[in-house]
Design a protein around this ligand. Sequence first.
Ligand SMILES: NC(=O)c1ccc[n+]([C@@H]2O[C@H](COP(=O)([O-])OP(=O)(O)OC[C@H]3O[C@@H](n4cnc5c(N)ncnc54)[C@H](OP(=O)(O)O)[C@@H]3O)[C@@H](O)[C@H]2O)c1
Length: 279
Amino acid sequence: MPNDGATREDDTAARRPTALVTGASAGIGAAFARECAARGFDVVLTARRRDRLEALAREIESRHGVRCQVIVADLVEPDACAQIVTALERAHLAVDLLVNNAGYAVTRSYARTSWDEQAAFLQVMVTAVCELTHRLLPGMLARGHGHIVNVSSLSAMLPGVPGHTLYAASKAFLVRFSEALAVETRGRGVHVCAVCPGMTYTEFHDVTGTRTAVEAAVPRFMWMQADEVAREGLDAVMAGRLVRVPGSANRGLERLARMLPRGLAYRLAYGATRKMRKK
Ligand SMILES: NC(=O)c1ccc[n+]([C@@H]2O[C@H](COP(=O)([O-])OP(=O)(O)OC[C@H]3O[C@@H](n4cnc5c(N)ncnc54)[C@H](OP(=O)(O)O)[C@@H]3O)[C@@H](O)[C@H]2O)c1
C-alpha cells in the first residue's frame, strides 16, 4: 500500500531491488515506474501530486505484484531531497535504481522571467538531481551495485534556443555530470546513464502551454511514447551505456547536428523553434 515512509518487515537479504523515480506522477516518470515494476523492482514514486502517485501505486501493485510506495515532495524545496532520503531510511529501503526524471520548462525569455522563477528551475532541474544522487550514491557504492538514470533531453545535444534559455543548459549539465560520474564509479558496480529523449507525448507541453505550437512544428515521426523512452532508457543503463538518445529519428538528428557547421546548426535550430516560442 502506498504510504509516506511506513516501516516494512521484509528481510533485506531476500528483498527485491528497489527503484526510486522522481516525477513519477505523469509522463516519462510514470512510464519508468511501470517499466521498473515490470522488470521486478519494488518502486518508490515521488512528485507533488499525491492523488496521481497513489493511483499509479495501486495500478502497479495490482498489475505487477511488487511493492509500491509514495513519497510526496516538491523538489523546489531545498530540504526535499533530505526528506525523501529520510523517508526511505525510515522504511528501511535501499535504492538500487535511481531515476532522476522530474522536470519542466520555463518558456519565456530570460530577461522577462523573474530570478526566483529561474532559481526554482535550477533547483529542480540541476541541484535536486545532484543532491539526490549524492545522498544515495554512497549506499550503492557500499553495496557494490546500483544504477542511476538522469533524464536529460535531446536538446542537450543541440544548439541552445531563445525562450528555453536555461533548459538545454540544464540538460547539457546532466549529460556531463552523468558522464563524469559514470567514469568515477566505473568498476565499483554503479552505472550512470544520461537518457536524452526527443519529443515525447506527455503532459510536458501542456504544462508549458506550448502543445499546439510544438505539435504543429515537429513532424509526427519525431515523437515517441513515454513507455518507449523508459524501455530504451532502462535497457541503456543496464547495458552500461553512458548516454542514450532514444529513437532512431532522434539519434539521426543528433548526428546531423554534430556534423553541421555550428553557424548553420544555430540558424536551423533558431528557425525550427521560432514558431514554438512564447514571447
Ligand atoms: N516530453 C518531452 O518531450 C521531453 C523531452 C525531453 C526531455 N524531457 C524530460 O523528461 C522529464 C519528464 O518530463 P515529462 O515529459 O514526463 O513531463 P510531465 O508529463 O509534465 O511530467 C513531469 C513530472 O515532473 C514532476 N515535477 C515537476 N515539477 C516538480 C517539482 N517541483 N517537484 C517534484 N516533481 C516535479 C511532475 O509531477 P508533479 O506535478 O506531480 O509534481 C511530473 O511527474 C523532464 O525532466 C523533461 O525535461 C521531456
